[in-house]
Design a protein. Sequence first.
Length: 302
Amino acid sequence: MPITIEQVVNLIPEWRGRTTHIQTLSGGLTNTNYRVEVDGEPYFVRVPGASTELLAIDRENEAHNSIAAAEAGVAPRVIHHLPEQQVMVLEFIDGVTKSIASMQSPGVPAQVAASLQRLHAGRRFLRDFDMFRLVEFYLQIADQQTVRIPPGYRDRLPVVAEIEAAIRSHPLPSVPCNNDLLPENFIDDGQRLVLVDFEYSGNNDPCFELGNTCQEARYDEARYVELCAGYFGEARPSLLGRMHLFAIMSDVGWTLWGAIQSKISKLDFDFWAYALGRWERAQAMLDSAEFPGWLRSAERGD
């Protein structure tokens, strides 16, 4: 049986005998999240969902990296960690959760670049993250668990290999990345954009972080350029090409994530529709007139 939030509260010695108020938060697609007030002081509590090991979530890695990201000044502090229960209690950030619309507001790409620079300059994370290897892992899980995947997915694997070859031709030094920066994982506290949810964090190419963010926020080319220039100081074609290729890989990988979730998750969410939407977007980019140019730019480097 999964642990309940009431059991979590009772497991924290500092909270015993104190007045607590529990509120379930919306928005989580892997875990159940809560706001717990203890004598009026709010905390964010994350309780893991079912079978998340099938999604390649490493809870030791997540806890280590969450602490490192907080040290970098760009993520909530970890207040309590219950490793046996895989539960984390985090500082509650008082701010506005971003949305796709607000991520597209003027000046936001520059804010995103500043937060990512701080994260990426911090101490290295526990493990590495590689979306190409994650795709292979997810395909194995899909076979083992008889998970349906979108039609034509495996037919596109040769072009995924082309993307990897282009990316590997001029690799960038890896940095500590969140790797899953959908808009809801940014919180504006009035001074900075705080990053949350380090389940898929790991040392990675910074262009994956940038490309993934652009894909999640549905950025147009002008915002790609703004984010790239804000982060690197310039928007070179090779960097933009890498960002676009990694944006595609973001959807290629999370398509399988959604398909697996549709089989194992207990949450009330249409993960199959999520997977299909991701795959349709990935295919549209693969079939676009710009795709060959992104490959060439990444292959040439500078």
